[in-house]
Design a protein around this ligand. Sequence first.
Ligand code: GRF
Length: 208
Amino acid sequence: MKNIVILISGRGSNMQAVVEAAIPDVRIRAVLSNNENAAGLAWAAERDIATAALNHKNYPDRAAFDAAMAAEIDRYEPDLVVLAGFMRILTPEFCRRYEGRLINIHPSLLPAFPGLHTHRRALDAGCRLAGCTIHFVTAELDCGPVIAQGAVPVFDSDTADTLAQRVLAVEHKLLPQAVADFAAGRLNISGNRVSSIRTADADAFLSN
Ligand code: GRF
């Protein structure tokens, strides 16, 4: 059984997708946030998942907040920490502490559009494809070995909101898949590349 801790800052729909996927041999130990009003916290608490919020404004600096968050995370002895819409930049120390067991979902086809407002920027750049990326986290923002990417078309009529919705539907499929692959030991990091050893079990899980 693999222990997973998920960090969110708001709605938490990606976290919900991971929980609802009921991935074999995965236990969602806790959902943590920097925002006590994150809607996803209430959703998780209703399902008897441990939750906690640490308000970053109560800490003198980024390092202090990250240390407190790490202490909270470590209570659950996670095999994997998932950043699922966690909107805080993490210190290099935090990233190093969880190296190889910290993943992030980002709503663009990295390395295009790291940072914020990805859908607006994809539209402004005239992209015909947009998408999302799941990657291992390194100290550099929205970098790190890519686990999976999903692409969607951009339509002439798109706004940032309609594009975000189309991408989000793909996020909800890719993130549980990535967690399942990690938990089953199917991901191997080599430099900046991740190879994924798919098995019949994985394919069966994905087709459900
Ligand atoms: C997602 O688009 C995620 O990729 C980005 O923030 C959004 C979070 O949505 N980092 P939710 O909280 O999972 O609904």
